[in-house]
Ligand binder design. Structure first.
Ligand code: FE
Length: 178
């Protein structure tokens, strides 16, 4: 409708869609995670002010204006959802997958988070606290997964290649290197 009324240039829309479909994806977030794993000072900045720390690596803009990083530990597992719609940190993860936008995920993630994680193949031990975070238009989340065992000697680039989108939403852990 905006295009028909001449209020929006279709070329501008195409450029925006192309950017988030093809140029911005979860590799941005993976770079942030890998940096946090190898650089304790960066990790501290990320947990204190994620928006600024992410901007240090050149990522920001639409749907990433206000970010909070959530650290997974042996005691705490973080899971991100948007119960209202599909708010998602585009600047670090690209566009949300279809399941993230689905009604079952959005409702069950808050009612039965451990059950949802089990559906994703992730069993969280009873003595680990599961925290569910509801994204909004004002604040979006990036999960900082635990660095897997066996990855102690890997470079930052190699580590980034291990990090998956699902681990940064909190529906998976980062698997040890093969
Ligand atoms: Fe939303």
């Amino acid at each position: 409708m905006l295009v028909e009324k001449g209020l929006v240039d279709p070329a501008a829309l195409d450029a925006l869609i192309d950017t988030y479909e093809h140029k911005v994806g979860p590799r941005n977030g993976a770079r942030v995670v890998a940096r946090a794993w190898v650089d304790p000072a960066y990790k501290r900045r990320l947990l204190a002010d994620a928006t600024s720390a992410i901007a240090e690596l050149g990522y920001g803009g639409a749907q990433g204006e206000h970010m909070l990083a959530l650290e997974n530990t042996p005691q705490v597992h973080n899971l991100v959802v948007c119960t209202l719609c599909s708010c998602y940190p585009w600047s670090v993860l690209g566009l949300p997958p279809a399941w993230y936008k689905s009604a079952p995920y959005r409702s069950r993630a808050v009612i039965d988070p451990r059950g949802v994680l089990r559906d994703f193949g992730l069993e969280i031990a009873e003595d680990v606290e599961v925290r569910v975070w509801d994204s909004t238009a004002e604040l979006r989340y990036l999960v900082l997964p635990e660095r897997p065992a066996g990855a102690e000697e890997m470079s930052e680039d190699q580590l980034a290649a291990l990090v998956t989108r699902d681990a940064m939403v909190g529906v998976a852990k980062v698997s040890p290197p093969a």
